[in-house]
Design a protein around this ligand. Structure first.
Ligand SMILES: C[S@@+](CC[C@H](N)C(=O)[O-])C[C@H]1O[C@@H](n2cnc3c(N)ncnc32)[C@H](O)[C@@H]1O
Length: 286
């Protein structure tokens, strides 16, 4: 089968789930990843054929995409901060807006201009995308990531074999008084679960049906539970002069900022994402 025919037929099958350009983009991604072709190969080299021995694998992936599985799970990889993170069912797919949290974290650490290795704690680390991206950017940083999910920790620990790898530990972040013989930290970062159960209706089916609910949802009657916990971790483990940066639910900016004000932090700031949505809060210990 010609590559161009495979792309056309695959995109047509996906158009029941995705708008046409997105459907075509997904098939092109599949070909790039599995066949090593470029997005334009079928145009500039129209005689290119799909090797027969790759057909079964391509068809299997296409069927998973047609069943609504996110392309990152199907391919087993998600791009984040210019790195390729392994992902699969059971671990949250890193989101582009979270890259801004990493950029802010790296800027903050550089501004601290410490004469020793900076220490960073990432609460609710998931795939480890934040922890690893900071560690790969600030090569001497000592980064610790905590998560409750064994599956997420397995992914986080095996992402890269670079030196200076973060340490990933299992812990319930909501258990704020637990013994934790690490720290003090210069920076605490977190992208915790923050979607209210009542906001399910606003989410795409491929997120709802495939990504782990424990990574996403919080009860409507206690939507800020993770921020209250993070504030407590920061009270216990941020050094004087240390900084916290968290990703938040855009609908709860003021309420979330109040959690950090009320916990006694200074310079509590709400920061926007690419779409000017309320997306992050930073705070300091004086
Ligand atoms: C929104 S995801 C963020 C993952 C990753 N930091 C990222 O930005 O892609 C939230 C993470 O919190 C973890 N989590 C949920 N409840 C937790 C708890 N009580 N203690 C620790 N981690 C928890 C989930 O397993 C999930 O990995």
């Amino acid at each position: 089968m010609l590559l161009s025919d495979f792309i056309r037929d695959g995109a047509a099958r996906l158009e029941t789930l995705y708008p046409s350009p997105e459907a075509r983009g997904l098939v092109l991604m599949l070909c790039e990843e599995l066949l090593g072709t470029m997005r334009y190969t079928h145009i500039v080299e129209p005689e290119t054929a799909v090797p027969e021995e790759r057909f079964a694998e391509l068809e299997d992936c296409l069927q998973r995409l047609c069943a609504g599985e996110p392309v990152q799970y199907v391919l087993g990889v998600a791009e984040f901060c210019s790195h390729r993170f392994a992902v699969g069912p059971g671990v949250l797919i890193p989101r582009p807006e979270t890259e801004l949290l990493v950029a802010e974290a790296v800027r903050t650490l550089r501004e601290m201009d410490l004469e020793r290795a900076p220490k960073v704690l990432d609460l609710c680390t998931g795939s480890g995308c934040i922890a690893w991206s900071i560690a790969l950017e600030i090569r001497d940083a000592e980064v610790i990531g905590l998560d409750l999910s064994e599956i997420a920790l397995e992914y986080a620990r095996n992402q890269f074999s670079a030196g200076g790898a973060p340490l990933f530990l299992q812990a319930d972040v909501l258990d704020t008084e637990q013994e934790f013989p690490c720290g003090p930290f210069d920076l605490i970062v977190s992208n915790p679960p923050y979607v209210r159960e009542s906001e399910r209706a606003l989410m795409r089916p491929n997120v709802l049906e495939h990504e782990p609910p424990m990574a996403l949802f919080v009860p409507d009657d206690d939507p800020l539970r993770f921020y209250c916990a993070i504030a407590r971790w920061a009270q216990r483990f941020l050094r004087p002069g240390g900084v916290g940066i968290v990703e938040i639910n855009e609908a709860l900016g003021e309420e979330t900022a109040a959690v950090f004000h009320d916990a006694g932090f200074e310079n509590v700031k709400i920061l926007p994402d690419f779409y000017k949505k309320t997306r992050f809060i930073s705070f300091n210990v004086i």
